[in-house]
Design a protein around this ligand. Structure first.
Ligand SMILES: [Zn+2]
Length: 179
């Protein structure tokens, strides 16, 4: 199923007779390893959810995908609570918690907003936010910028509108609507 999504990616060169874009074999291997982790059984069992996560992951620049899966040892864990958050485990794994609201959003018609939120969390991991301290606001803005770079600016803005309008949130919304 990965290759189907990959093959539909727009940057496929014209005239390549149904073959996968360059570098995609490595992508398939990375994604296969990622979803085969025992922690990801809950995702594997939900084809729609898995497809929507794959759709986001294949938008990451190839180097980022390698870093996210291999160096950062990313794990998407289902958890009770609200929306999502990111932290590091002592065994160098980077864990993104997916809470029931985000899980439901992934399976809804508004799933691009769920992808936008996950893109933001992936941004935190790739930007090394677990490893050094900046102000909380800077961290949020940087992670937002990462999601924006993947084309999720508008969707993230929609998603943020569901949260209480704190000062931090308004500042983030302002940045997201900048360009
Ligand atoms: Zn954040």
């Amino acid at each position: 199923m990965f290759w189907k999504l990959l093959a539909s990616k727009s940057q496929r060169p014209k005239g390549s007779a149904g073959s996968l874009p360059k570098g995609s074999e490595k992508t398939v291997a990375l994604l296969t390893a990622f979803f085969q982790r025992p922690e990801h059984q809950w995702i594997r069992h939900n084809r729609l959810l898995q497809n929507r996560i794959v759709e986001l992951l294949i938008k990451l620049p190839h180097e980022d995908l390698i870093t996210f899966i291999e160096a950062k040892k990313a794990v998407l864990a289902y958890s009770d609570g609200k929306w999502s958050c990111t932290f590091s485990r002592t065994n160098n794994e980077s864990v993104i918690l997916i809470f029931p609201n985000l899980f439901r959003l992934f399976l809804s018609a508004e799933f691009p907003q769920a992808q936008a939120i996950l893109a933001h969390e992936i941004g935190h991991i790739l930007l090394g936010h677990n490893e050094f301290r900046k102000s909380e606001m800077e961290l949020q803005l940087e992670a937002d910028a990462y999601a924006m770079g993947l084309g999720y600016g508008q969707e993230l803005l929609y998603a943020l509108q569901e949260f209480p309008a704190t000062k931090e949130l308004l500042r983030r919304a302002e940045k997201l609507s900048d360009r």
